[in-house]
Write a protein that binds this ligand. Structure first.
Ligand code: PEP
Ligand code: MN
Length: 334
């Protein structure tokens, strides 16, 4: 439910109203938009007497939010969310160029890639350590050793890092990780999402390969309902009948999610297409569609990568991608 306040509400009246609403067991979010202040009421609002609230002097209107996602809903939070990483921010008009290997292999590999992508304009470093592989016989990632190497690359370059957590038991290794990734496969692991809701660390939540946008937003809601509002949505392609590309990048999800929600939306074209030469055009399309950033798989030696070589671009190709993405972004503002 949303309570739209009149312009410049009296401070005491506002405090009284918020306290009264909280006493009904509701969670009250105060959102100061550009135009107006509004209160978002989350919880069981069936006992709330709408007419009683509407009759208050400081209240302009009261509306129910029809969608099942509340915390993630733009109606409750009209301005874009900005997720603060200290050295950088995600969302709210900023743009992230996240780059790095699908999997961390050696210290030299991750540090070389980190240096080169930074030089090319990357703002964050990605790298898999705990990796969800389709086959149990495939290389599973270096696990905690992988995180240690990723953090070495972070120290060397200053780039904030994002890496996947598959199970809450792995959390002890994530203290210095800037953003925790929840992969497509775990996107509806509600127990895991609930645990991540207890943290305040930013979560990059990928869309499950067969999930609707509403299902993705409900997964975000699981994290946010626990009090962790630092959620970043990630479109990484969905499974369709088209076998040529690994998945089908749902670009319409970018403006649609941004309409429905205030959360930042990042696009991962590498997972989406699975073919290196298609990554750059789709990254440009993502920027044109209004994404808050792109995350691309970069390897210094794709031919010898332990996995996902065919969809990995080189640091030089990433540098070209970064230049073109920046041109697309400047074209959008004219
Ligand atoms: C990844 O980005 O490392 C990954 C496994 O992606 P997804 O979960 O989108 O398949
Ligand atoms: Mn809250």
């Amino acid at each position: 439910m949303i309570v739209l306040l009149k312009k410049k509400p009296g401070k005491d009246e506002l405090t009284n109203l918020v306290e009264w609403l909280c006493s009904m067991g509701l969670d009250v979010h105060v959102s100061e938009g550009k135009e107006r202040m509004l209160l978002g009421l989350i919880g069981d609002t069936s006992c709330v007497d709408i007419d009683l609230i509407r009759a208050l002097d400081i209240v302009d209107d009261v509306k129910r939010i029809q969608e099942p996602f509340k915390n993630a809903n733009r109606k409750l939070h009209p301005d874009d969310s900005r997720i603060d990483l200290g050295v950088t921010q995600i969302g709210g008009g900023t743009f992230q160029l996240i780059a790095g290997p699908y999997l961390i292999e050696t210290e030299e590999q991750i540090c070389t890639i980190a240096r080169e992508v930074k030089q090319a304009g990357a703002t964050m470093l990605r790298g898999g350590a705990f990796s969800p592989r389709t086959s149990p016989y495939a290389f599973q990632g270096l696990r905690e050793e992988g995180i240690r190497l990723l953090l070495a690359a972070k120290r060397e370059t200053g780039l904030p890092v994002v890496t996947e957590l598959m199970d809450i038991a792995q959390l002890e290794y994530f203290d210095d990780v800037d953003v925790i990734q929840v992969g497509a496969r775990n996107s509806q692991n509600y127990e895991l999402l609930r645990e991540l809701g207890r943290l305040r660390k930013p979560i990059l939540l990928k869309r499950g390969s067969a999930n609707t946008m509403q299902e993705l937003l409900m997964s975000a809601e699981y994290i946010m309902a626990g009090g962790n509002e630092n959620v970043i949505l990630c479109e990484r392609g969905i499974r369709t009948f088209e076998p040529y590309t690994q998945n089908t990048l749902d670009l319409s999800a970018v403006p649609a999610l941004k309409e429905l929600s205030h959360l930042p939306v990042i696009v991962d074209p590498s997972r989406a297409v699975g073919i290196a030469r298609l990554v750059c055009p789709m990254a440009l399309a993502a920027a044109a569609a209004g994404a808050d950033g792109v995350m691309v798989e970069v390897h210094n030696d794709p031919q010898h990568a332990l996995c996902e070589g065919p969809q990995s671009i080189t640091p030089a190709e990433f540098a070209a991608l970064a230049r073109k993405v920046n041109s697309v972004r400047s074209a959008l503002t004219c």
